[in-house]
Ligand binder design. Structure first.
Ligand code: G16
Length: 543
């Protein structure tokens, strides 16, 4: 094998965010930008010689180019084998499963998740470790440090590798195996859920619509829902992955899936609607006349997981990201199991899952998952919902209302101010942090502050500490405001404001969410002066 060492110069902006390095495609297209980052990842790892690396992506624009580069750099750095999804496709949860199932050293997931694709859109690269989960901070910090000083990368001179045909080939002494992206994942789902019961649900006339948003879950959803579970053809819409996601925004929320929402609110609409994002790890769940917030979905899935064969022995514990509502905490309390609050980012769940302390995790950002992989998993959430519906023989709305009547309801919303000036957003957060120590005990907008801090996470498994993970202001009545800057945007800053208040089991559960949270929304504005400082008259996205 002829390894070429190519001289390069560092880029200053290769700091991984909440979930890998996400940038505009044009940024990634700069000379050696991909090469620098992948070499910096490999330089930060030890002991991979001769081992297996998994590579796959969500099929977005530039995936094909970056995958060829990644395979060559892997060969030059001494990996023994690369497992790559056919056509370069692997959903993020499927990639996590492949890493675990084939005991690979790690994997490169090429995706910018729910961010738009195409030449004007975003691209991303994330490294996952041998447990199948995103690299922990100690690795991402080392990668960033390496990107700042990198002066060369290694590659091999080969023609493009054929990724269209399943089978094995050799690239300068390294084996490249092109695998079916769906098969192992579908088998895993079959091992967790009662496929017969779900088949029965569809056979009884239950109607569902699943929006793959022209992204990676199309082939997975078609194979599982239509081919294996018998849902009628056409249940999966927008099921063919396209590099620009059909020029859409593959974020499964009420803004980008508004048509589906409207359909589910009609009398003759389907019984169940679901969607997934660009790389298949997020989910949207809508029942007839009922949108289920991601925070509620986490609580409901945890409370009902035992109805699926894979979780019939019960769950060990639940973890949620700090800004996610406390609805799941009430379930954990009732079940008498561990509950953990982690910073935003799936990577923080890895240790708890590996240690067997939690089984189900979730985030307000439309992510839910379990210990079956080490990523959140959109289709998994949809299938668990279907399993629950099949066993309980009730509709989504009925199940949600019953849940509230027994646990109470956490009214919850997130207001995003996207693409605001980064300096302004950072200043706003800094000014808020300064005020925190004086806030406890004072009254704001008629509510007394119980605590005000910038969340610091102490990982109970490895003892690591992650500071500055979001400003949280909790009130004596149990309501809460959280503010943090997103770590996944690519332009300017995105300010996220999370608002929550609890209504007890015997309280009113039928209020409009924005109305129910109005006093808190006003307090957040009074505290942070968001609108005057950002020059915006309101949030760009409300979820
Ligand atoms: C990623 C992370 C999630 C996080 C989300 C939003 O999801 O994996 O853990 O909750 O970003 O993060 P932020 O609020 O920093 O933008 P995904 O689906 O984009 O990979």
């Amino acid at each position: 094998m002829t390894v070429k060492t190519i001289k390069t110069t560092p880029y200053p902006d290769q700091k991984p965010g909440t979930s890998g390095l996400r940038k505009r495609v044009a940024v990634y297209q700069q000379p050696n930008y991909v090469e620098n980052y992948i070499q910096a990842i490999f330089d930060s790892l030890e002991g991979f010689e001769g081992k297996t690396l998994v590579i796959g992506g969500d099929g977005r624009y530039y995936n094909d180019v970056a995958i060829q580069k990644a395979i060559r750099i892997a060969a030059a750095n001494g990996f023994g084998k690369v497992l790559v999804g056919q056509g370069g496709l692997l959903s993020t949860p499927a990639a996590s499963n492949i890493i675990r199932h084939y005991e690979a050293f790690g994997g490169l997931v090429l995706s910018a998740s729910h961010n738009p694709g195409g030449p004007q859109g975003d691209f991303g690269i994330k490294y996952n470790v041998s447990n199948g989960g995103p690299a922990p901070e100690k690795i991402t910090d080392a990668v960033f440090a390496r990107t700042k000083v990198i002066d060369s990368y290694k590659t091999v001179d080969t023609p493009d590798i054929d990724l269209g045909t399943i089978g094995t080939q050799s690239v300068e002494g390294m084996t490249v195996e092109v695998i079916d992206p769906v098969k192992d994942y579908a088998a895993l789902m079959q091992s967790l859920f009662d496929f017969d019961a779900i088949r029965g649900l569809f056979a009884s006339g239950f109607r569902m619509t699943y929006d793959a948003m022209h992204a990676v879950t199309g082939p997975y959803a078609t194979a599982i829902l239509e081919d294996m579970l018998g849902a009628p053809a056409g249940t999966v819409v927008n099921g063919t992955p396209s590099p620009s996601f059909g020029d859409g925004h593959p974020d499964p929320n009420l803004v980008y899936c508004k048509d589906m929402f409207d359909l589910l609110m009609t009398a003759d609409g389907p019984d169940f609607g679901a969607a997934s994002d660009g790389d298949g790890d997020r989910n949207l769940i809508i029942g007839k006349n009922r949108f289920v917030t991601p925070s509620d979905s986490l609580a409901l899935l945890a409370a009902n997981a035992h109805l699926a064969p894979g979780y019939s022995k019960g769950i060990a514990g639940i973890a949620r990201s700090m800004p996610t509502s406390a609805a799941a905490d009430r379930v954990a309390e009732k079940l008498g199991i561990e509950m953990h609050e982690t910073p935003t980012g799936w990577k923080f769940f890895g240790n708890l899952l590996d240690a067997g302390r939690v089984t189900i995790c979730g985030e307000e950002s439309a992510g839910t998952g379990s210990d079956h992989v080490r990523e959140k998993d959109g289709l998994w959430a949809v299938l668990l919902w279907l399993n629950i519906l099949a066993v309980r023989k009730q509709g989504v709305d009925e199940i949600v209302q019953e849940h509230w009547r027994s646990y109470g309801r956490n009214y919850y919303t997130r207001h995003d101010y996207e693409e605001v000036d980064a300096a302004t957003a950072n200043q706003l957060m800094d000014d808020l942090r300064v005020k925190l120590p004086e806030m406890a005990g004072t009254a704001i907008g008629g509510k007394r502050v119980a605590y005000a801090d910038d969340f610091t996470y102490h990982d109970p498994v490895d003892g690591s500490i992650s500071a500055k993970q979001g400003v949280r202001i909790g009130f004596e009545d149990g309501s809460r405001i959280v503010l943090r800057l997103s770590g996944t945007g690519t332009v300017g800053a995105t300010l996220r404001v999370y608002l929550e208040r609890y209504e007890p089991a015997d309280g009113r559960h039928d209020l409009d969410t924005q109305e129910a949270l109005k006093p808190l929304i006003e307090i957040a504005e009074e505290l942070a002066k968001i609108q005057s400082r950002t020059g915006r008259s309101g949030p760009s996205v409300i979820t």
